[in-house]
Design a protein around this ligand. Structure first.
Ligand code: SF4
Length: 509
């Protein structure tokens, strides 16, 4: 058995409701996705429900597709639709909700949730009967209760959807109801409920220490879609660390910005103390702000087996970091690298973005100057830059910005590649072409559904998207601007706030 369940499983032999929980990627990714596993646990704990995990590489199924009452799809990345269509295809389930009418799946409810759908469900909405907007912790349980009861009462699908549309946070595409994004309090610290060897991070016990980020960088959807920021309770985090350590040595902290937890240093101190007392622990932290790095933090990470650390500077110049609200000084970045080196790490990875609003050639040159200085100041220390490209996202202040065209981004990329090579500093680049299609999906509308299906049918690779657009005569360039007409979803903050914030940032010197 390569799975350890950390909660009590219900044995539901006579369960009267069958649910597939779909993860639109391979099993090892599903088993490392805290959000997916946590929802699986919440639903699996409910009475009278048969729940099955379905991934793109699932070979044998327990619940026959014809007997499935509902399929919940976890949607975390823009391209997850490819995995979803692959699974539906495999079990011969029609992709669009309306095409499931008059088939054996006409009563199967297919619903989705996750950050991508909350941010912009429009391109995908025809696939779903309903969509959960915002935190799913409580909402999924409410949904399942309604659906289970409706089955017992033999309600028609239209009636169930009408009832669901009255629940805060549920959008029913056929009813076009207005919906308010749900934001819940963290009652219990979210943690890995099933430890698995077959995970991208094998047998790693993950703890969600924070949800959202108070820094509010102008482009950051993780911050804006999760306002206000919420932190897990310190004592509960300690309890969860102890729970995890009963079963594994590997602990990881998850959050948009883990170091912003008000007791971040105390939590690390607790781990440090355990290690000093002989407990072997391997610790992973998803995100630390450069100015939160201290000698003590690095020493703990080194003791806990880390060799590298990652910081995000986003822009090369202090001016541009101010515009995007990152507000990291160069001194803070230099100190972070120096502290990491002096206290035993082998290297640092620096995240950055090309094409941010107001970026000039000087800002690009600043990356090279900074890399050169960091290399000279930290001889023998492994420094790698990792560049992605700016994608305007809805619900952020930079939804009012346009993505730079791919050709111009490629020129900047080529220049940086050449200069970093000359410098002998490692530099990796995301694919500007994939980022282009990410922008299309992030800001697209429901006219894209057939384009998505066509891209899937053509193999889902980069060329497939181009050919699909050509075949269906879709002008993808028109989605390069951030989407601001989020007509059916109301979020906090609203467009008035975002516009003011955009103007403030863009005009900052
Ligand atoms: S610091 Fe990181 S997580 Fe926080 S708003 Fe900025 S980019 Fe997002």
């Amino acid at each position: 058995m390569n799975e350890i369940f950390l909660y009590e499983q219900k044995v539901n032999k006579d369960a009267d409701y069958n649910l597939w929980m779909m993860f639109p990627n391979v099993t090892s990714f599903a088993m490392s996705s805290l959000g997916y596993l946590w929802l699986y646990k919440l639903i699996d704990e409910a009475e009278n429900i048969n729940t099955e995990r379905i991934c793109t590489d699932t070979k044998e199924i327990k619940i026959n597709p014809a007997k499935v009452d509902a399929i919940g799809v976890s949607f975390s990345f823009d391209f997850d639709f490819l995995g979803m269509l692959e699974i539906l295809d495999k079990y011969k389930i029609p992709f669009k909700s309306k095409d499931r009418e008059n088939t054996q799946f006409e009563n199967t409810l297919i619903f989705g949730g996750g950050p991508v759908l909350t941010a912009n469900a429009s391109p995908y909405e025809d696939f779903f009967d309903f969509i959960l907007m915002g935190d799913g912790d409580e909402l999924n349980k409410i949904v399942i209760d309604i659906c289970k009861r409706a089955k017992i009462e033999k309600k028609a699908k239209e009636e169930i959807l009408k009832k669901l549309s009255e629940v805060e946070g549920i959008y029913v595409p056929t009813l076009k109801n207005k919906v308010k994004k749900v934001c819940c309090n963290i009652k219990e610290t979210v943690h890995t409920p099933i430890l698995s060897e077959n995970s991208f991070f094998p047998k790693t016990f993950i703890i969600e220490v924070s949800r959202g980020c108070s820094n509010r960088c102008g482009f950051c959807i993780a911050s804006y879609l999760n306002m206000p920021v919420r932190f897990a309770d310190y004592d509960d985090i300690i309890d969860k660390i102890n729970l995890g350590l009963k079963h594994t040595d590997k602990i990881a902290f998850l959050g948009a910005l883990v170091s912003s937890h008000p007791k971040f240093y105390d939590i690390l101190g607790y781990i440090d103390n355990l290690i000093d007392n002989g407990r072997h622990i391997e610790l992973g932290i998803s995100s630390i702000r450069a100015d939160a790095i201290t000698p003590e933090v690095i020493k703990t990470l080194v003791k806990a087996g880390q060799k590298h650390i990652t910081i995000a500077i986003e822009a090369g110049s202090e001016r541009l970091r101010k515009v995007i609200n990152k507000n990291l000084t160069e001194e803070q970045i230099r100190n972070a690298v120096k502290t990491a080196r002096e206290n035993g790490l082998k290297g640092i990875k620096i995240y950055a973005i090309i094409g941010l609003p107001t970026e000039t050639d000087d800002d690009i040159r600043e990356f090279i100057r900074l890399a050169k200085d960091l290399k000279n100041e930290n001889k023998g220390f492994g420094i790698t830059f990792s560049f992605s490209t700016f994608v305007p996202k809805p619900h952020t202040p930079f939804q009012y910005c346009k993505r730079e065209d791919t050709e111009s981004i490629k020129k900047k990329e080529d220049y940086l590649k050449k200069e970093f090579h000359k410098l002998g500093v490692g530099a990796k680049f995301s694919s500007a072409k994939w980022d282009y299609y990410q922008t299309v999906l992030s800001n697209g509308d429901s006219s894209l559904t057939d384009f998505l299906i066509e891209a899937y049918k053509l193999g889902g690779k980069l060329g497939a998207f181009k050919t699909a657009a050509k075949n269906l005569n879709i002008d993808t360039d028109k989605f390069m601007h951030g989407k601001t007409d989020n007509e059916f979803i109301s979020t906090i903050p609203d467009n008035n706030y975002l516009k003011k914030e955009y103007e403030k940032l863009i005009n900052s010197k």
